[in-house]
Ligand binder design. Structure first.
Ligand code: ADP
Ligand code: MG
Length: 321
């Protein structure tokens, strides 16, 4: 199969009725309409590298889903509505079984969020997937990392730590207490994250700051606080946690909750006066949100006994150490 046939077969799709482009895949450039009046583009780019972000033998369909999901999660964190994406793909070979599965998972999620594939690049090389996603958000209303204020409540969506617990189990890490059934229940958290797009949009105008948790709560909370020039006090026991994770040894449980990574939940801060509106947004979008602490002068993590956990955790950093 030639490169052209590959693009034609797996990545060229009929133009949707409400396309935001006059020209998509096939020419040197895609041609997009300007943003609608009063809106601005929110654009983000995320790369997934085999061995680094996923196991080489992961199901291609799940990989296609996750590659787009992690990008949509960035749009969610900005409160943007997905519009279009571009796919740069390096493949060791044109394996049709892989391409069929990968494109199926990718297009299924794209269709769910009405996000149109408008172009990309395809080259031979170690498996590497880079997606650039475009969304739209009302002018000046994007949720930013930088708006947290002292006194804000700090919230997270969903549950934390399940993805990293599943990863620890799949890696055969010692000390993971997880049966086959429990692992099967946790794998979707790792392999099929659900981008919180509806929640992010519903939080526009309600919250002071937001970020998506991709590298672990502490790391991403740290980014938000640093951009906002505030600290926070987080109650460890308040972190939303599955029963499977709660059954693990405290050390592993804390590591997964605080520094796990791959959660793709939203972390945000809002004035206490918005508490009811935040819960209404959660209810309306079907995604639970939990208050985990409050913004203050310095960063502190407390457990039930009002003690700081013995271990210092840090989130995932590709270039640390
Ligand atoms: P060029 O050589 O000018 O970069 P390409 O031959 O790489 O063009 O790509 C041809 C067309 O196919 C372009 O419109 C490009 O956006 C699109 N394309 C290439 N790879 C992909 C891909 N993986 N997914 C979607 N569109 C792609
Ligand atoms: Mg090219």
């Amino acid at each position: 199969m030639t490169e052209f046939e590959l693009i034609q077969t797996y990545f060229t799709r009929p133009k949707p009725g409400l396309s935001r482009a006059t020209l998509g895949v096939g020419d040197d450039c895609a041609l997009l309409h300007p943003p609608r009046p009063g809106m601005q583009w929110a654009v983000s780019c995320d790369m997934l590298v085999a061995g680094q972000h996923f196991f080489e033998d992961v199901s291609p369909q799940l990989l296609g889903h996750k590659a787009l999901a992690v990008n949509l999660s960035d749009l969610a964190a900005c409160g943007a509505k997905p519009v279009a994406f571009f796919l740069a793909l390096a493949l060791p070979q044109a394996d049709e079984t892989f391409l069929q599965g990968f494109s199926t998972g990718l297009h299924a999620l794209a269709d769910e969020f009405e996000c149109e594939l408008l172009g990309g690049d395809t080259t031979r090389g170690p498996l590497n997937i880079c997606i650039t996603v475009m969304g739209e958000v009302p002018q000046g209303q994007a949720l930013l990392r930088s708006g947290a204020q002292v006194g804000d409540d700090v919230y997270v969506s969903g549950k934390l730590g399940d993805a990293s617990l599943a990863l620890a189990a799949l890696r055969g890490e010692p000390g993971v207490q997880l049966g086959a059934q429990a692992l099967a229940e946790l794998r979707p958290a790792l392999e099929q994250p659900q981008p919180r797009v509806a929640l992010g949009r519903a939080l526009r105008g309600l919250v002071h700051s937001a970020i998506d948790i991709s590298d672990g709560l502490l790391s991403d909370l740290g980014h938000l606080l640093q951009r906002s020039q505030v600290g926070a006090r987080v109650q460890l026991d308040a972190l939303p946690c599955s029963t499977h994770l709660r059954q693990q040894a405290p050390q592993l449980q804390q590591r997964c909750l605080l520094a796990g990574g791959d959660d793709y939940e939203l972390l945000f801060t809002a004035a206490p006066s918005q508490a009811a509106a935040v819960q209404a947004a959660a209810h309306q979008t079907g995604v639970p949100v939990t208050r985990i602490g409050c913004a203050q002068a310095g960063l502190q993590i407390w457990d039930l006994q009002n003690q700081i956990p013995s271990t210092n955790f840090c989130g995932f950093d590709h270039f640390a150490g």
